[in-house]
Write a protein that binds this ligand. Structure first.
Ligand code: F6P
Length: 323
């Protein structure tokens, strides 16, 4: 493989605050090493359709603090089969790309792995508010989403306390309970329901609320990770069984937006910088991850095969601190 003179960068899957900071870091690190960068728009769709724009250090000015992604993002079904991936490689080569940085979640990394396996050097950067990629301690966007959710739950707490109500609040997570668990711990949730722990309504919802009432609690916060149960129905059931007026709030996509926190900007910058260095060292099929608070790179295939573990201690702690 010859020296890489031009690389591409794309964002794929759900957007996450900090993706722009990662794009900026990729562009500036590459430019500083004399390498040109092309921004591929709308995820892998841009690779299939040649939808690309030239990026340079000035073109990525003023994006560090912005949520969303300046390149737009999408989920591309055609990229799931190898014919689509090969077509993407052919187009990338027509544009002179010698490698690619993909910022996204684990669905996006399957595409990155397939590109690498077909001989096109690709590096992945984890970006998803769900923080559900098992091989890394951290995914870009998680901290901002947590802070957004925390601010909302704090506000719900004010009104919930004033009316002595129960607030059921549903947060995102895509089958992972990290947002729910962290928010519940940090916002004083009485109950936290996550996909990793099947729940029993009587024991895990009703009883803690009734016990809390006996101990003098005047309002409740029930944090539900999306998909675990129907939050609106849960609020109705709690109201019926406890006589505590209850309301459900689904936070939804607000959790995906907003200016990235310092943590997200910093880690996005570190990961963007690392990704370009790995690519220019001639390595491929690597994921930039955080392990023991350090930014390192690992094999994508290995990373994708790691099982996701839930931190039992955190779950236990959330329960204890909610009494
Ligand atoms: O992966 C990020 C995420 O926001 C998940 O938490 C959620 O399940 C999903 O994306 C929502 O997807 P969409 O934006 O397509 O509705």
């Amino acid at each position: 493989m010859g020296e890489i003179k031009t690389i591409g960068v794309l964002t794929s899957g759900g957007d996450a605050p900090g993706m722009n900071a990662a794009i900026r870091a990729v562009v500036r690190t590459a430019n500083a090493k004399g390498v040109r960068v092309i921004g591929v728009r709308r995820g892998y769709n841009g690779l299939m359709n040649g939808d690309m724009i030239e990026l340079d250090a000035r073109r990525v000015s003023d994006i560090l603090q912005r949520g969303g992604t300046m390149l737009q993002t999408a989920r591309c079904l055609e990229f799931k089969d190898l014919e689509g991936v090969q077509r993407g490689i052919n187009i990338a080569r027509e544009f002179g790309l010698g490698g690619l940085v993909v910022i996204g979640g684990d669905g996006s990394f399957r595409g990155a792995r397939d590109l690498s396996n077909l001989g096109f050097p690709t590096i992945g950067i984890p970006g998803t508010i769900d923080n559900d990629i098992s091989c890394t301690e951290y995914c870009i966007g998680f901290d901002t989403a947590l802070n957004t959710a925390q601010e909302s739950v704090d506000k719900l707490r004010d009104t919930s306390g004033s009316h002595e109500r129960c607030s059921v609040v549903e947060v995102m997570g895509h089958g992972a309970g990290y947002i729910a668990l962290y928010v519940s711990i940090c916002c004083g949730g009485e109950v936290c329901l996550i996909p990793e722990k099947p729940f029993d309504y009587e024991k895990d919802v009703l009883q803690p609320i009734l016990d809390g009432k006996k101990r003098g609690k005047q309002h409740d916060i029930v944090v539900v990770s999306e998909g675990v149960t129907n939050s609106v129905e849960l609020a109705k059931r709690i109201e019926k069984d406890t006589q505590i007026e209850s309301r459900a709030t689904i936070l939804g996509h607000v959790q995906r937006g907003g200016s990235p926190t310092l943590r997200d900007r910093l880690i996005a910058s570190q990961m963007g910088y690392a990704a370009v260095n790995v690519l220019l060292e001639g390595r491929s099929n690597r994921l930039i991850v955080m392990r023991d608070s350090k930014i390192i790179d690992i094999d994508i295939t290995e990373g994708l095969s790691m099982p996701r573990k839930v931190d039992e201690k955190m779950i236990e702690m959330a329960r204890i601190l909610s009494i």
